[in-house]
Structure formats: C-alpha cells, structure tokens
Write a protein that binds this ligand. Structure first.
Ligand SMILES: [Zn+2]
Ligand SMILES: [Zn+2]
Length: 310
C-alpha cells in the first residue's frame, strides 16, 4: 500500500506492507497535517506520518481514530485519562510509532469513535485536533455564562472557540491576525477581544501568545495553554501574581465525566457543517503528500488544515 513517510526535512510516498496483527483494519479516508508533524520532522523521525486520522471499517462504519491509544490497563487508562498513560511517549503516531497517513491503518477498537450522521468521513480528521481544543475548554471549566477568549487563530484556536460556544459560553472572542482568520472568526460567530475574560485559551504555541493570553485574563481568571512549549519559556511573573491568574497546561484529550472528548467533538462538527468547510482549506491525494506538507508550512496561503486523502 502507499504510505507517507517522514524523510526530513520533508516527506516521501513509499510502498509498504499493509499493517497486520491485532486491531481493526481501517481504510483511511483523510489525514490532517498539524504543527506537531513538523516538530517530528525537525526531531528526525522517519516513521510513517499522520495522527489526525479518519477512515472506514470493513463493515462500512466511518470512524475517527484517537491518536492517544494508551495501554487500556493502567490506573490512568482505567480512569479515562489515557493521555497520562506511560505508553504515550513511546507510541506517538508519526514520532515513535507508525502513523496513519497511508491507505490502511490498524487500531484497537477502543480508540475508534463511530461518526454521527452529518459528519462526512473526509471531514472527520478534524475530530483529533478538535478533541485537543475541547479538552482545553473543559480544563478551563468553560460553561454557561463564561467569557472566553482564544489567542492563536489557527485550526486548534478556531475549534477551541467552537468548543466554548458548544459549552454555552456567554461570549467567545478570538484574537486573529490574518485576514482569513478574521473572516473565519466572523463566520463562526466569535468577536474580536475587548476587555478581560474569565478563561483564555492559548492556542498559538509561542511565548508571545502566552503573554497575550495572561494579559487578557481577569483577576483569578484561568489561562489554559494547548501549546507544547519544548523550550524554556519566559513568563510575566508579576502580571500573573498581581492578577492571581491560574496557568493550566492542557495535553491531548481523554474523557470528562465519562464522555469522550472525541465523541463530543464529532457531535459538534456534525451539528456545525460550516466548521469543516472553513477549516479544511486544502486537500491533496496521497501521491502529492510532499506538496501538501509544503502548503501546510506556508503561512501566506490562508491555511487552516491541509488534508491528505489516501
Ligand atoms: Zn495534531
Ligand atoms: Zn495506560
């Protein structure tokens, strides 16, 4: 079968054996490209790429695939917090394990979320980044009446805004720098930030966006950051202290009160077809995966998500 393998600094399409062994065989329909994929390339990964995966089972069921699989046996997995499982770092798709940017992929049944009516399988690669955003909003305890701001208007940021709306937030604002982001903000019914907020979700992944998020938080407000800060990051300690802002890291996704983040996001996307329409800006066949990665890295092209369709 065809597969897209990391070949730093880019990717290459190769012919590999179909995956065998345990788990369900999935005919892959769509795989999104995100910032982590570029991180894995920088770190020198030569695994098959792809962790934002959707496809169809042999019986025709369309599914979205959780990229955090866990071991299913430890205390964290038992509690539904599989993002804390010790296996997470050694089974990271596209980094320390073969990802799903290939014609077929195998995954245990427990990580598959059947899609609700209204969400097309080729759009369901958004469920994975959506779950990252959903988990962040849940950790921020967003609910009816909460005023929420999002800093960083990429795919995750827009999905975080939509998650906050779905949770009943009183007001959702998104700080958007580029024109396509401002148009998308308007389209989803979010506003430009003004004033201060109960919860600020940081989705920019850089020091500047973290500082801005802290600036937008009210006294005793919460800043949830989804960015993975691998390098030492400077914090505005005085601003944090003076406002007693709580800084809350958010990592991956899991379950909240027994509900899978994946199921919640699949339902949200099915209810709001404008989200996939807005956020999947480019689609490439698998043979053109190298070009897909070039487009995904180019900030000038109005990109939210670039999707490879095997
Ligand atoms: Zn991702
Ligand atoms: Zn585990």
């Amino acid at each position: 079968m065809k597969a897209v393998r990391n070949a730093p600094p880019g990717v290459e399409v190769v012919d590999v054996e179909e995956p065998s062994g345990d788990g369900e065989l999935i005919k892959v329909a769509a795989v999104g490209i995100c910032a982590s994929d570029f991180m894995y390339l920088r770190w020198g990964s030569t695994y098959i790429a792809g962790h934002e995966i959707a496809g169809t089972l042999a019986d025709g069921t369309p599914v979205a695939v959780e990229a955090i699989m866990g071991c299913s046996e430890c205390e964290h997995c038992a509690a539904g917090n599989y993002q804390y499982c010790a296996t997470t770092m050694t089974s990271s798709l596209g980094m320390t394990a073969a990802g799903g940017m290939s014609e077929y992929f195998r995954a245990p049944r427990r990580v598959l979320t059947p899609l609700p009516a209204g969400l097309a399988v080729r759009d369901a690669c958004l469920v994975e980044p959506g779950a990252v955003a959903w988990h962040a909003a849940r950790l921020g305890q967003v609910g009816p009446g909460t005023r929420v701001a999002v800093v960083g208007a990429g795919g995750i940021g827009m999905l975080a805004a939509a998650a906050a709306q779905a949770m009943g937030a009183a007001e959702v604002s998104v700080e958007a720098r580029h024109p396509h982001q401002q148009r998308a903000r308007e389209r989803i019914g979010a506003t430009e930030p003004s004033g201060i907020y109960d919860v600020v979700i940081e989705a920019g992944g850089n020091e500047g966006s973290l500082h801005r998020a802290i600036e937008l938080a009210r006294h005793q407000g919460t800043v949830v950051y989804t960015g993975a800060f691998y390098e030492k990051t400077d914090l505005p300690h005085m601003a944090l202290a003076v406002k007693e802002v709580a800084l809350r890291p958010s990592q991956g996704y899991g379950t909240h009160a027994g509900r899978r983040d994946f199921a919640e996001v699949a339902a949200m996307l099915a209810a709001r077809p404008e989200l996939p329409e807005l956020l999947i800006t480019h689609r490439y066949p698998i043979d053109d995966a190298a070009a897909a990665f070039v487009t995904a890295a180019d900030r000038s092209q109005g990109v939210f998500r670039v999707v490879v369709e095997p």
